[in-house]
Structures are given as C-alpha cells and as structure tokens.
Design a binder for this molecule. Structure first.
Ligand SMILES: [Zn+2]
Length: 357
C-alpha cells in the first residue's frame, strides 16, 4: 500500500509532463513563441505568480530532436506509361525504381506532419529523410502512384488546387475526384493546399475571369487563392490544412505574409535543396522530378548522403537541371509553353497541360 501511495503522485506528474508536450502549432517563422507559452492569469485561489514565472516563462517541454537530420522533398505530377511531356510525367516503372532507391540508400520516407513536428522540436526523425509530394490532383496519383506507395508503406502528401478537382473549373477527366481524395484521407494520406486556380499569385491578373485586378481586387483574389482554398479543403474533407505549395514556385514576401496570416505553418516552393532543422518554414524547397531527368533524383539524395549535417549548403544541384528557382522556373515555363501548341491559351493551359511546378 505504501508503494501505491508513493507511486500515485509520480504518475500524476508524468501525465502532466506529457500534456505539456502538446503545444499549439506554430505558424510560419521559426523562433516565435508558441501560443500558450506565456503564463496564464492566475485564477481565484491560486497562488500569486512568482517573479521567475513572469520574467522567464518555462518553455513547453520538448523532446530532444536530432538537429543534424536532413530532409529532401520530392515533387511529382503525372504517372503515365508513355511519357509525352517529360517535364511533368514519369512512368510508373521509373517512379517505383526511385522509391526503391530511397530504401536501398537508407533514406527514410516520412510524413509531412512528422516533419513539421520535428521542426517544432516535438518529434524526432531519422538522420536522412525524404518527403514525397504529388501536385495538382491528377487521377494517376490515385490510380498509379498510390498503389506503389502502399507497396512500400510510404506516407505522402497531395498538394491540391481546388478548382482542379473533378467538377471544378479545371477539373477534367484526368483530375482526381473529391471522393477519391476522401478515400485517400481515410487511408492517412496528407492533403494540403495548392491555391484555387493555379495561377501566378504575384500578378494582379485573374486568368480565369480574364480580368486585370485593381489593388483591392488583387488582395481579395489573393486571399481567396491562398486562404479560401485552405477553407474549402478543410470543410469538404474535414481535415486540417497547414501547408501551402505556391503554384509554379512563384512567390514574394507579400504572398508569404498572406499565407502566414491565414494560418499556414509551412510554404513550399520548387527550389530543391536539403532542408535542415534551421531552414525557414516560409519557403521550403522541393526537387521536382521530371521523367527525362532522373539524375535530379539521385543528386538530391547525394546532397544529404554526403553532407555532414546541420548547416548544409543550399543545393547547387538541380538548379541547372530543373526549373527550380522562381526566376528559372519562369523562363523554363515560357520555353516549355512555347514548345507546346496546346498551351497557348493561358486559361486552359492548366487543364490540358499539367502545371510544370
Ligand atoms: Zn502545380
């Protein structure tokens, strides 16, 4: 009996400590104080706060995470047997080989939420990790890529633009349906936002409405593309959306500010680079994998395989091979569109031709 009496307070203390680990998610920007960290106002009957409690609030309990771990993020679009647009298409065979390659090289594929938990200092991850993302909601992601991912037991993230889902303005026969998204959600697939209509968010021109936007109109439009997109996904799928991938990788500070304002925790671009514990969450680079440039895939792996960790340099690899930097991607986009006669109409381009980025 004596033992039980001693054990009870200990267990209670442990339970309270565990609760403290559940802190509110940070929004974009590292180093900010998590909400709730400040001491709460004392309730009636509670002891007055000590000086120490006011001047130096105890930070939320965190697990000891490996700050030298590194992560690479891959982005894919369509999976087809015959590649006609190598910028955005890849065969199922090559994709499967790449997934196998990760296993062979000891790279652990982790889920987006585990990655974010690591960035918050709440959860550890293996030393070398990859995140797999699929953009734009193509049906082949459901039909072709998902079974392959299941085979490997890999988690992944979908970046969806809401008007590109079947039935939406751009949601044609090759688009995924809301039902398929719900099915994937139920299976644990992470679903995140990629705008409403997949346009260059820096420009005050709505290609769907074919309308030049006044400054107030632009702000409202941007709010819809970044914020309403999130709300739509959350409401239709009953999920929490905390990541945003900027269409084509085009962004500026204002777009990042809007993303932060509507509650995104992380923003993804296409500037492929190893991500470290210190990488800022408002512009995380991804390696876009193209069917005719498999070297980008292995080069990305070698960036984290050979680095000593911690302050890894930004990858030079990829920037010359793929449309990576926003400036580069603009040029790549123009060259690519000029090559493809189907894509002259800007409004229809997203539907018929997969977005490059
Ligand atoms: Zn896209």
């Amino acid at each position: 009996m004596r033992l039980k009496l001693v054990a009870a307070p200990v267990l209670l203390a442990l339970a309270l400590a565990a609760c403290n680990k559940k802190q509110k998610a940070q929004t974009i920007g590292e180093g900010s104080t998590p909400a709730g960290a400040a001491s709460a106002a004392p309730g009636a009957g509670s002891p007055p706060p000590t000086v120490a409690a006011i001047t130096a609030p105890t930070p939320p309990a965190k697990v000891a995470v490996d700050q030298t771990a590194q992560v690479i993020v891959y982005g894919y679009h369509r999976f087809v047997n015959q590649v006609r647009r190598p910028d955005t298409e890849i065969t199922p065979q090559m994709f499967e080989q790449q997934m196998q390659e990760l296993k062979n090289r000891g790279i652990t594929v982790i889920g987006m939420q585990d990655f974010l938990a690591w960035k918050r200092g709440e959860k550890n991850i293996p030393p070398r990790c990859a995140i797999i993302t699929f953009d734009d909601g193509w049906k082949s992601q459901y039909d072709v890529a998902w079974p392959i991912m299941k085979k490997f037991g890999y988690p992944f993230t979908l970046f969806i633009y809401t008007e590109g889902v079947r039935g939406g303005h751009f949601g044609g026969g090759e688009a995924t349906t809301w039902e398929q998204l719900a099915e994937m959600r139920d299976a644990g697939v992470d679903i995140q936002a990629h705008s409403e209509t997949h346009q260059d968010l820096r420009k005050p021109y709505d290609k769907v409405a074919k309308k030049k936007l006044s400054p107030p109109e632009y702000e409202q439009w941007l709010q819809n593309e970044v914020g309403r997109c999130k709300e739509t996904l959350e409401q239709r799928l009953g999920i929490k959306v905390n990541c945003f991938a900027v269409p084509y990788g085009f962004y500026n500070q204002h777009i990042k500010d809007v993303a932060k304002g509507v509650g995104y925790e992380a923003v993804f671009t296409v500037y492929g680079q190893p991500i470290t514990f210190r990488s800022t969450l408002d512009s995380l680079g991804r390696y876009l994998i193209e069917g005719n440039k498999p070297k980008v895939f292995v080069d990305a792996i070698s960036m984290i395989a050979t680095s000593s960790g911690g302050g890894a340099p930004v990858a030079a690899i990829g920037s010359s091979n793929i449309a990576s930097k926003p400036a580069d991607s603009g040029e790549s986009f123009r060259l690519w569109r000029n090559r493809s006669r189907q894509c002259n109409d800007a409004g229809e381009w997203v539907r018929r031709c997969p977005s490059v980025l």
